[in-house]
Design a protein around this ligand. Structure first.
Ligand SMILES: Cc1cc2nc3c(=O)[nH]c(=O)nc-3n(C[C@H](O)[C@H](O)[C@H](O)COP(=O)(O)O)c2cc1C
Length: 312
């Protein structure tokens, strides 16, 4: 079984990935959060820092493209080739209105002809392996039906499916029934993504669609960084886990000190991580509140290392 780390903008950037891969374990693949390219220009050039080789020493990610024209993709491909990447993922899942309104991310899914045009343009020239990360639709999972023959017409590396529709954003249920209907109709390898928090969640998907053996996990890893080891049946003692978690957080703090100036920026970033990470702790609600109240890096360190030590 292959396990991928999901891209989460603001959370699973190089700092998280490097710290995780060095201190906890390697995934079969990791992905950068999206780099938005609009009218063949980088919307926020700083996003490109995330894929620089100097920041990706322990595991090379698959860079993710968010855009809707072959010209924009070409610009992104040039950057990826320059840094020796061989595969790129296309985002067809971002649900935020400022993205979907521009016919990008999940906004593409309701426009099958635009998807076909984009893929034709890309495959006419690309030298890279291309995978797609998609939802089932923008407002309706029926959007996916006309996309199946389009996806099947191109030599995709794989399709990663998050079986929600755009308007759900990250709320509500994943639609496993629709996933089970559509996945077998795709000729490419399919990777399942969405709400995997335990080994039992993987078994539930496999019971419905037995041939699925690739899973992408985002929030489940933030909540329980040892989920990867549990899936791979790697036994870890509590002492080993505590040590790994301590080193993981120390590494994040060190990298953040290099990247951000001033405690405030660091603390904002840590708050976002702990919004998800605290859920894996018994008294997570209390820890998250203390993280939010921390006014200095020293206070933050005292809160989190106490919480981690109490796991022993
Ligand atoms: C805060 C946040 C940021 C995200 N950023 C991205 C992104 O940059 N690219 C992407 O393809 N998906 C992004 N996603 C979606 C996740 O990759 C994933 O599809 C979703 O969280 C469902 O998987 P999970 O339940 O395992 O987290 C984001 C999700 C969240 C909650």
């Amino acid at each position: 079984m292959q396990i991928y780390l999901a891209p989460l903008q603001g959370l699973t950037d190089w700092i998280f990935r490097e710290s995780y891969c060095q201190q906890i374990g390697l995934f079969d693949k990791t992905f950068t959060p999206f780099v938005r390219v609009q009218a063949a220009d980088f919307y926020r050039p700083s996003q490109c820092n995330d894929l620089l080789p100097v920041h990706n020493v322990f595991q090379k990610p698959v860079p993710q493209f968010l855009g809707n024209t072959a010209e924009s993709f070409k610009r992104f491909e040039e950057l990826c080739v320059q840094h020796a990447y061989s595969e790129v993922n296309i985002n067809m899942g971002c649900p935020y209105p400022m993205v979907t309104g521009k016919c990008m991310g999940a906004g593409l899914l309701a426009q099958a002809t635009e998807v076909a045009k984009l893929l034709e343009g890309i495959f006419a020239e690309t030298k890279l392996k291309i995978s797609i990360k998609t939802r089932l639709g923008l407002d309706n999972s029926a959007d996916f039906k006309p996309l199946i023959s389009i996806f099947n017409a191109f030599p995709l590396e794989e399709l990663i499916i998050h079986p929600r529709i755009g308007k759900q954003q990250y709320k509500g249920e994943v639609d496993l029934i629709a996933f089970a209907e559509y996945a077998p109709q795709l000729k490419h390898p399919v990777c399942y993504n969405g709400d995997i928090l335990t080994v039992a969640d993987i078994e539930k998907v496999q019971a419905l669609v037995p041939k699925i053996d690739r899973f992408m996990i985002g929030r489940g890893i933030l909540q329980n960084p040892f989920l990867l080891a549990e899936i791979r049946k790697q036994e870890l003692t509590q002492a080993e886990k505590v040590k790994m978690l301590r080193n993981f957080h120390s590494s994040i703090i060190e990298y953040c000190k290099q990247k951000y100036s001033g405690d405030l920026h660091l603390l904002k970033r840590f708050e976002e991580l702990w919004e998800y990470h605290a859920e894996g702790f018994e008294n997570g609600h209390k820890i998250y509140k203390q993280v939010k109240k921390s006014k200095t890096l020293a206070q933050y360190e005292a809160v989190i290392f106490k919480a981690i030590n109490e796991l022993s």
